[in-house]
Design a protein around this ligand. Structure first.
Ligand SMILES: [Zn+2]
Length: 335
């Protein structure tokens, strides 16, 4: 019998849903508005509506083994949102498994929306074929996810993978999480822009390059894409910014390498539109921040799945939690 999973990706504006086979073939990609401002109960109702639409399109529930949800914040083992979803007012405290079970008779599972993208990359993207991978998503902030021994590592309360808050500078820039010097303050899209503006403001007039002129003229228009467009043109100031960004990122990568010794670390998110230049620069700095013997057995790669990684990962979580995890655990019990 074909097994199918429903995956839901909870975004600030839209909820995206898909039905997916074990091999990663998706169909019935559907969107409904999140209506985040109307509160947690409304968001949950919209999730139920979306699941219903997908079931209607499929025409039968017979082969569906469960519903997986990727959500901002942290989900405890029983399906309660325990925090970290500030962009969704009233979402904290919601219980999301029971209503799905009640309305559709299907089991539900959930994980952090960025963490589950690591599962998608491991199953279908740049992490395919490896046993242990780590993903860093460089977007507005930096999120992360860990696949260890072929399973997504959620930690005891669904909080594992907050790799953007690895501290890379003592008494560094203040972060929203309360710490100072988190890597996301330097190597997220937001962090890169702030860093670039600071670097340009500290230059003497003589040191200014075309990049610095553009930044200083309209700093509010700067994006990480503009920074990397100038890096590609070898603008010395833009290249200096890239070095600073990648050195900070390499510190975080080094800590991850020493702690987990993964086969591969995958960098994704909007910043990675810049591509290979970031991989090459980070790779140059990593040996300064970890044990070279461990780093020799790891590499850096660019994420492959793009914007659908969230729904694919959420659906992948269903296969992991309701079939694969049991098979793997049974096998371990046999040993
Ligand atoms: Zn932080």
């Amino acid at each position: 019998m074909e097994q199918l999973a429903i995956g839901i990706d909870l975004g600030g504006t839209n909820l995206k849903g898909i039905i997916m086979s074990r091999e990663g073939e998706g169909r019935h990609l559907t969107r409904v508005p999140t209506e985040a401002k109307k509160g947690g109960q409304k968001v949950l109702e919209n999730i139920l509506t979306l699941v219903d639409k997908i079931v209607q399109k499929e025409g039968s529930k017979d082969n569906i083994i469960g519903v997986g949800i990727g959500t901002p914040g942290f989900v405890d083992r029983d399906g309660t949102i325990i925090g970290g979803a500030e962009n969704l007012p009233g979402w904290k405290g919601m219980q999301i498994y029971e209503p799905i079970q009640q309305q559709f008779g299907l089991p539900a599972t959930a994980g952090n929306d960025v963490t589950v993208t690591a599962l998608a990359e491991w199953r279908f993207g740049a992490g395919k074929g490896f046993k242990n991978i780590v993903c860093l998503a460089l977007g507005t902030g930096i999120g992360g996810g860990i696949v260890a021994n072929d399973l997504l590592y959620k930690g005891s309360h669904g909080m594992a993978g907050e790799l953007g808050h690895i501290c890379v500078e003592t008494n560094g820039l203040q972060c929203n999480c309360g710490q100072k010097g988190c890597v996301e303050r330097y190597a997220s899209a937001t962090g890169i822009v702030e860093l670039a503006i600071r670097v340009c403001q500290e230059l003497d007039v003589k040191q200014q390059t075309p990049f610095a002129h553009e930044v200083l003229r309209k700093p509010q228009n700067l994006t990480s894409k503009i920074v990397y467009d100038y890096v590609k043109r070898n603008d010395p100031v833009a290249c200096r910014v890239n070095e600073l960004v990648c050195e900070k990122l390499a510190r975080a990568v080094g800590i991850i390498v020493n702690a987990l010794s993964p086969d591969r670390i995958i960098l994704g998110g909007g910043v990675m539109m810049a591509g290979q230049v970031i991989i090459d620069t980070v790779s140059r700095y990593v040996p300064m921040f970890c044990w070279p013997e461990v780093w020799k057995r790891c590499d850096l790669a660019i994420a492959q799945l793009g914007e659908n990684a969230g729904v694919l990962g959420a659906a992948g979580l269903v296969f992991e939690d309701f079939t694969d995890r049991r098979i793997l655990e049974d096998r371990r019990d046999d040993v």
